[in-house]
Design a protein around this ligand. Sequence first.
Ligand code: GDP
Ligand code: MG
Length: 603
Amino acid sequence: MTALSHIRNFSIVAHIDHGKSTLADRLIQETNTVADRDMKDQLLDSMDIERERGITIKANTVRIEFTAKDGEEYVLNLIDTPGHVDFAYEVSRSMRAVEGSLLVVDSTQGVEAQTLANVYQAIDADHEIVPVLNKIDLPASDPDRVAEQIEDVIGIDATGALLVSAKTGEGIRETLDAIVEHLPAPKGDPDAPLRAMLVDSWYDAYLGVIVLVRIIDGTLKKGEKVKFLSNKSVHHVDRVGVFRPEMEQVQSLGPGEIGFMTASIKQVRDTRVGDTITHQKSEVEALPGFKPAQPVVFCGLFPVDSAEFEDLRDAIEKLALNDASFSFEMETSAALGFGFRCGFLGLLHLEVIRDRIEREYDIELITTAPSVIYHVYMRGKDNEPGEMIELHNPADMPDLTHVDHLEEPRIKATILVPDEYLGDVLKLCQDRRGIQEDLTYAGSRAMVVYDLPLNEVVFDFYDRLKSVTKGYASFDYQMTGYRQDTLVKMSILVNDEPVDALSIMVHRDRAETRGRAMCEKLKDLIPRHMFKIPIQAAIGGKVIARETLSAMRKDVTAKCYGGDATRKKKLLEKQKAGKKKMRQFGKVDIPQEAFISALKMDG
Ligand code: GDP
Ligand code: MG
């Protein structure tokens, strides 16, 4: 156990690509936490997908030992927090586990939307914040301007900001000194009953679930029995230890310390982020702010090859073992067959899971349109208000005659964008039913705040934003609550049959436009058949848009097969390969890509 006065716990907050991981690596290297020969690229971002996208999905932790200017040895615990809005709750818990933050800002770029979102989390957690201006080795670096911007936009003192190049190592020593000098030591009572916060957890095939803990009061030792307050479950602790960054067992963990415990726990689901851990016999008050993870975005995942359904089930069950915030249940679709309706924390979370299924389990997937959770208020008897149903799938929308009204989730979106693209951004937000709440300037960049319906954002808002601003805008959001609006379920009928996987919830005023666009896209994507195919969009029984795909002309086929036998064989093979990528629906073959493309809102 280390004396409280000699512990410093911190996180690093930054916008993506501003150098968080590189800085963490340098801090580790400078203190010889890892032998140089073991220094891989970016120690802390471990998953492939995280590396590719430059984001951190799980919190990572490392314990660094550092001899400060006063000659004393300090223990510095760095928690690398998830860097994406989907994981805002996890970030908030990691932040509560430490007392301070390094605020890393790329000195060639300046403050971005994620910088703001993350630094506000740090401020909420009462952190002491040390600003770090990174990438000073680059010619475009302008630390004075960026320091000023930090003061203007965030309102924290940046006069003593550290000048750092995480690439060359300049300013790294000073950063370590600043952590010891400026960040407060943790507080805690070693003699009080154990109270530990569950900061994160993940599954390990050998050890079972590994639980990352921050000890608030008391001590945690191997061999003890502990209980988790949220579900009253009791576990026998078989290991406690720290990350250097690889796992190393220790005798005990005391107040202020951050480390891990294992207890042969089988499912991540049983270990909830933010939970309080104490000894089996102790009675303590739960730490504030705990809430179980809630999926907010839902979509269907179907195997392209229906023979792979069982493999998909297997993959999904395995992934869920390690991810308490991912939910799933079986779904059957007339158009797509057997699959799963899955719930995610957000779009990125959805993409990560989908990518992992495709890559790690080698199962090709069809993903249906992401949907949010609508609150459907039913009509009760005799004008009494009826019950409220949570709608996760447009296909389950009850008959309108029984529905009183609907509510949809809204978000507060913050977008930072260079002046010249502001017009396009405002138009995009307006097109997505946004309500402007604020517009201010930070240098030559505008900061706009919009109240937007989440359902207009989940599909391709971020892609559109990137394309209209050539990648120069940054975006972040938080959920604000539910609001009533005129939302309807729109169905798509191909050859007079509704295609369930293409039903969407849409605002009444947008239905015609969306419906028309979808019918046009489907007309382009569905190949001609021997008969004429009507493609319609409808609300209830009322058709609001229609296209007709004309029939194939017989002589064209005759001509193209001709009399050449090898050519005919080749064409047939091609057709067969093409068929695999089709879903037969009624008498119509619909290509798989149609299910996704048809749902894109524009572009
Ligand atoms: P993160 O997304 O905040 O974790 O950022 P990374 O640490 O992955 O860094 C993003 C990119 O910036 C990488 O290509 C780094 O090599 C580069 N980078 C980070 N720090 C510096 C620096 O001080 N100078 C220069 N020139 N490049 C840096
Ligand atoms: Mg990183």
